[in-house]
Write a protein that binds this ligand. Structure first.
Ligand SMILES: Cc1cc2nc3c(=O)[nH]c(=O)nc-3n(C[C@H](O)[C@H](O)[C@H](O)COP(=O)(O)O)c2cc1C
Ligand code: SF4
Ligand code: FES
Length: 545
């Protein structure tokens, strides 16, 4: 494959397109509510009405409004339908020629769509994730071609200048990580894409892998060229079968097209990608545990340093980035570092995808520029709560994150601002709660998750999370004393400060943040005679990691 051929494929695909398209979301959320049957019926109706010359029915990736699934869209007129049944398919096809349909219409101009700024999910809902030509027709693999025209160190400089920070949770500067791997002596190096995504309520990475598998591969290939790697692995949990299927198909297609493998774009650059399937342990998302798992070892974290960038997979320098991080790279390569750096805030550049769930009206995937307020996401895009109740809190960052009270909803979403108020950006889970949610119960839920998922390697986490869960249970069951509440806080601090990896270090976050903002709910659960005693001075919780 050379550049001319890439352009030829793009032209041919665009020329082939019919004047009208009916697009049916075939991603996991809509599949679960029957979109495969809807698509089948749409195709049958197009054929039955003799419209094959002017109209195609195609499967596309998730347009975002998953709570309205199965979602069907008509292009180019911008029509949108939600909760579509297979029986309604015929009517939707008829509606395109002025007929009637009883399918529920969705307003494509509502804030949920209008207020998003889509960089990573730019093509979701528009292209067929199962065909490489569909991706190439919208500029796919152009970013890789552009990157291969530069020296590897120039790409690292670009990524550094873009200000991109890792989307897997910690927000580590991506350019700095790439520079570390690039500067390691030549020899075998690896690239790993972290698609483990174990946070309850999070499905951003799943959607990127399902909807834009070639974009992930393109980002990985650019990274591999920049750091000098020739082998990549994508680590995906077994619970994501559609993501695995589409990634595997994308690897096969890209290899056949010469966009993976040897002599990519007729250069000496060679890059192969394989998938590794995880068994669903949350801790296997931690980079050193993930690396152990890829090597076929038990997935437990090890102390760092050495960091994977210096000594990772099979002790070789390894670049490990999150799915969304890699999927951002092609756009930076195509549009330039300055373009990306102009989006977002001073220290948090670009956009971030959130999976907006919980008591929110519009549940699904939103991508917004960094710096957008929580209120805008929850109230404008999300439409507030489904039944009009007041929003009580928003939980960001999953089990490692914190609960933010409604009074702080004007906080801009960026790494520093969320940290200051006791939460974290995390990988993008955002759970909306209303006044029927009890914060000690929320904290208990996350602690149970952490205790279950603790790998057991270090005592503070293995024993501490179980003890913390026990204390929270005692509280929720109104059997706790003031002494128990004090012990809860002390133990949180101990587990946070002495655990080996991020799982244990951050497990106390939901507890500490809910005590910080909803202390009265904890106090109200204490046994009556304990209520009047003041807390021990040593245990005022102030910060989270
Ligand atoms: C318990 C635990 C689970 C994690 N799970 C994930 C995950 O599912 N996906 C991910 O990208 N990063 C996860 N991370 C962070 C990774 O260790 C690593 O920092 C990340 O993959 C680096 O990519 P980035 O720089 O692009 O963010 C997890 C960390 C911890 C401590
Ligand atoms: S903190 Fe928890 S998950 Fe991490 S190594 Fe220790 S026991 Fe395992
Ligand atoms: S999965 Fe179909 S709209 Fe999200």
């Amino acid at each position: 494959m050379d550049h001319d051929e890439l352009l030829r494929i793009a032209d041919a695909e665009r020329a082939k397109a019919k004047p009208n398209e009916i697009r049916c979301c075939t991603s996991s959320g809509c599949r679960a509510s029957g979109s495969a049957d809807v698509l089948k019926q749409l195709k049958a109706s197009v054929a039955a009405n003799g419209l094959n010359d002017t109209l195609t029915a195609v499967g596309v990736g998730c347009p975002g409004l998953c709570s309205a699934g199965p979602v069907v869209m008509s292009h180019p007129d911008g029509g949108m339908f939600g909760k579509v049944t297979a029986e309604q398919a015929k009517g939707i096809v008829a509606a395109l020629s002025g007929g009637a349909t009883d399918a529920q219409r969705i307003d494509p101009n509502q804030p949920f769509f209008r207020k998003q700024f889509r960089v990573v999910r730019a093509t979701a809902g528009q292209i067929d994730p199962e065909r490489i030509e569909s991706y190439i027709a919208v500029g796919g693999y152009e970013g890789l071609y552009q990157a291969l025209q530069k020296r590897p160190d120039e790409i690292v400089t670009d990524v550094t200048a873009s200000g991109l920070r890792g989307r897997g949770g910690a927000g580590y500067p991506t350019g700095l990580k790439w520079a570390t791997v690039e500067k390691m002596p030549p020899g075998q190096k690896y690239v790993i894409c972290n698609g483990d995504e174990g946070d309850p309520g999070a499905f951003m990475d799943r959607s990127v892998m399902e909807d834009a598998p070639h974009q992930v591969l393109e980002g990985m290939a650019i990274a591999a060229y920049a750091v000098g790697a020739n082998q990549g692995f994508i680590y995906v949990r077994a619970e994501y079968p559609l993501a695995i299927e589409r990634l595997q198909a994308a690897i096969t297609q890209a290899t056949k097209a010469g966009l993976l493998g040897a002599n990519i774009f007729q250069t000496p650059f060679e890059f192969k990608v394989e998938i590794r399937i995880g068994a669903g342990a949350f801790v296997c998302g931690e980079e050193t545990a993930l690396i152990a798992s890829v090597q076929g070892l038990r997935g437990t974290p090890r102390p760092r340093p050495p960091y994977p960038a210096e000594s990772g997979l099979w002790d070789r320098p390894t670049l490990i980035n999150n799915v969304e991080t890699f999927a951002t790279i092609p756009a930076i390569s195509r549009n330039g570092a300055a373009w990306f750096a102009a989006i977002g805030t001073d220290r948090s550049k670009g956009t971030k995808i959130f999976s907006l769930t919980g008591k929110v009206k519009n549940a699904g995937l939103v991508e917004v520029p960094m710096g957008t307020t929580l209120r805008a996401v929850v109230e404008e895009l999300g439409g507030g709560t489904a039944d009009g109740k007041a929003v009580k809190a928003v939980q960001t960052g999953g089990p490692s994150g914190g609960c933010i009270p409604a009074s702080l909803l004007d906080t801009p979403i960026d790494y520093e601002s969320l940290g200051k108020i006791g939460s974290i950006m995390g990988s993008g889970g955002m759970i909306v709660m209303d006044d029927t949610d009890r914060m000690p119960e929320v904290a208990r839920f996350f602690m149970e998750f952490c205790a279950d998922e603790s790998c057991g390697k270090c005592v503070p986490c293995r024993v501490g999370t179980v003890q913390l869960h026990g204390l929270l249970t005692k509280l929720v069951e109104r059997k706790a004393t003031r002494h128990d509440l004090d012990t809860l806080v002390e133990l949180c601090q101990l587990v946070r400060d002495t655990s080996l990896c991020g799982l244990g270090q951050s497990a106390p976050n939901p507890v500490l943040s809910t005590i910080r903002y909803f202390a009265a709910e904890y106090e109200a659960l204490l046994q009556p005679e304990e209520f009047a005693r003041p807390p021990r001075a040593s245990v005022i919780p102030l910060s989270v990691v």
